[in-house]
Design a protein around this ligand. Sequence first.
Ligand code: PLP
Length: 229
Amino acid sequence: MIKDNLLEIEKRIEKACEESGRKREDVTLIAVSKTKPVEMIKEVYDLGIRDFGENRVQELLEKYDRLPGDIRWHLIGHLQTNKVKYIIDKVYMIHSVDSLRLAKEISKEAVKKNVTVPILIEVNMAGEESKFGVSEEEALPLITEAAKLEGITVRGLMTVAPYVEDESENSPIFCKMKQLSVDITQKNIDNVSMDCLSMGMSGDYYAAIKEGADYVRIGTSLFGERVYK
Ligand SMILES: *Cc1c(COP(=O)(O)O)cnc(C)c1O
């Protein structure tokens, strides 16, 4: 079942790339494995996927110890400053930086462990009250300050778009994210390379790729519905 899901997702990613004149290898699928057991993650790993996304620190740590070392773990959920130290040398990228305070904590722990951590700035582009992330206007000031910190490199932007019935409704949001990313690139800030745009989930990754997503984060369409205990 997971294999069929992955094939279907692959087909749609390829089609979205084709339609928008992009290369398939320029889009990375992150398998969002939150709430799913290691056995299922191993199954997806054995199908060739190496990028996995988790949103909780504790869960990531438990899975980290039980799965192959060449997995690239992406932290995609809200991160509390007091938990940064546990994952700092285990994550490939942190997608959800939404304050200077958090960026400073990541920097501090990264320097301690002598690592450099790629981070993305989470933008609440639709201005939804229930969502984390900075506003469109706050992104550049935050990046300017975060770029001065040691132990991190700003690699781009991330957003969680609204839940919609028809994914094309989110195209304007994704388009604005791409534009913001381009605008910030043109500022040529040291220690900032805006080459990672993380957007698109099960319900809207097709639209996101067409607007320029580099990373799509897909859970439900791959692993099936999540059951929260
Ligand atoms: C859970 C989650 C996803 C995956 O959502 P699906 O709709 O299951 O594909 C993507 N991004 C973030 C930040 C998430 O928390």
